[in-house]
Design a protein around this ligand. Structure first.
Ligand code: HAM
Length: 441
């Protein structure tokens, strides 16, 4: 029975009390993205497995250990997306989005699936907000993408995130670096885990982000890629640093960041938080100049990032960041008897068309129970309609905080006038000062 009432390990419900926070984060991220010209793209939850094998890379932990892969009923190998970039680039190519001019700037909110060991900030189903800028090799593009992430954190009031930056070079410099890594790790071959021994020939860089503690310890002494990058890659890196300096974005060069996905070239970066445990990387990204070509498109340099929304929320809660208050129910219309109940529903419909959050009884409860419910909703005003009110065509409407009341016509216009009039006196409580947005939803 427990299987029916407990969700699979590593998944999480977002209950109504929390969803307001999620909506706030998601809307803020999308809106900040929009200010930089990024428009939302949506794409499937699952793709052909081959897409991820190719783009994320078949020697990565993600592909080797973490993907949710299965055969569908037609015998095709399908994978739940472990990340967003591969699917977005597939969609960009399939829909010919690059014909509309470059750079193409897209943003997305997605769920991702990785079979990892769950812990605080690490789930098997998690959510990302990401942006991808497709079609510019220029370091100004990298700086702008990093600027989007920074602007989102600022807008959400998040402080003290450390931006760590590195360059992992291009395929040419990578070859020299791989040779150096191979030499280094060959000397430790007996200590490496089985997966990493297999990586030694194919992709020694992947040993650097193996999660096995022994491999991680050995990796600490490995050569760093920044010592091997070519002049062009170094110039690109220096230009990016200059661009970030110019926009006042501070960073630390961390030569050990290589990222866990194979498609990266040149710039890689992470925003790291302290105080939410071992999984402190809130956002990761970088440049992936070879990915579109790898998928069959024309060579198109690109750069992007994704931030983990669960981790973002953990940081915001830990730092005590403000979330907008839930807007209360404006008016609860109680009723006694069938005709009154119908009138309540009719008035609610009219008031909702005006943009007010209003509610009425749908359970058939006593007036006492209905008013208890109105309290629970933190309704600002309430009224009770019975046979007398219907006969007289008017009702007593009450402020729930002070108990003051006034008689108004049983008519949406008069109810609206009352709500506006009463709330006018409260307006100084609101900061944005505009009547419509204060009262309407
Ligand atoms: P990633 O570093 O694998 O990059 O993931 C990005 C972010 O997703 C991480 O920094 C973290 O906040 C969050 N995340 C990753 N795994 C988990 C997990 N198991 N549980 C909770 N949160 C997690 C990518 O996915 C790239 N596609 C980013 C990118 C976009 N690069 C270029 N464009």
């Amino acid at each position: 029975m427990a299987l029916l009432t407990s969700a699979p390990r590593g998944t999480q419900d977002v209950i109504p009390a929390q969803s307001r926070k999620w909506q706030y984060i998601e809307q803020t991220a999308l809106e900040v993205g929009r200010l930089f010209g990024f428009s939302e793209i949506r794409f499937p939850t699952f793709e052909h497995t081959e897409l991820f094998n190719r783009s994320v890379g078949d020697t990565t932990d993600v592909v080797q250990k973490e993907m949710y892969t299965f055969n569908d009923k037609g015998g095709r190998s399908i994978t739940l997306r472990p990340e967003g970039t591969a699917g977005v680039m597939r969609a960009v190519l399939q829909n010919g989005l690059l014909n509309d001019g470059i750079p193409l700037k897209v943003s997305y909110l997605t769920s991702c699936f990785r079979y990892e060991k769950p812990q605080a900030g690490r789930l098997r189903e998690f959510h990302q907000f990401g942006v991808e800028m497709v079609g510019s090799a220029n370091a100004a593009a990298d700086a702008q993408v990093i600027g989007v992430a920074k602007a989102i954190f600022d807008k959400l009031g998040i402080k003290d995130l450390r931006l760590e930056l590195n360059s992992i070079g291009c395929p040419e410099c990578r070859a020299k670096y791989h040779a150096a890594l191979k030499d280094y790790f060959t000397a430790h071959i007996d200590e490496l885990c089985e997966t990493c021994r297999g990586r030694l020939d194919k992709n020694p860089m992947r040993i650097l982000d193996c999660k096995s503690p022994v491999c991680a310890e050995i990796a600490k002494g490995a050569p760093v890629v920044l010592d091997y990058i070519c002049d062009d890659c170094r110039t690109h890196f220096e230009t990016l640093k200059g661009n970030l300096d110019a926009t006042g974005i501070s960073y630390q060069v961390n030569p050990t960041i290589v990222r866990g996905l194979d498609y990266y070239t040149r710039t890689v970066f992470e925003f790291v938080a302290t105080g939410i445990g071992a999984q402190g990387t809130v956002c990761g990204g970088g440049r992936y100049d070879g990915l579109i070509e790898l998928l069959g498109g024309a060579s198109t340099p690109s750069v992007g990032f994704a931030m983990g929304l669960e981790r973002l929320l953990l940081v915001m809660e830990q730092q005590g960041c403000a979330f907008p208050d839930a807007k209360p129910c404006m008016l609860y219309i109680g009723s006694m008897g069938e005709p009154a109940s119908r009138k309540a529903a009719e008035l609610c419909t009219a008031l909702r068309e005006e943009g007010f959050y209003v509610d009425c009884d749908t359970v058939g409860r006593s007036i006492k129970a209905q008013m208890k419910y109105a309290d629970k909703l933190h309704a600002k005003f309430s009224c009770i309609i019975g046979d007398n009110e219907l006969a007289e065509g008017s009702v007593k409407i009450k402020r729930m905080d002070s108990g003051e009341s006034e008689t108004v016509f049983l008519d949406p216009n008069d109810l609206t006038r009352y709500i506006y009039g009463e709330t006018l006196s409260d307006l100084n409580e609101f900061t944005d000062g505009t009547m419509g947005s204060v009262l309407r939803y």
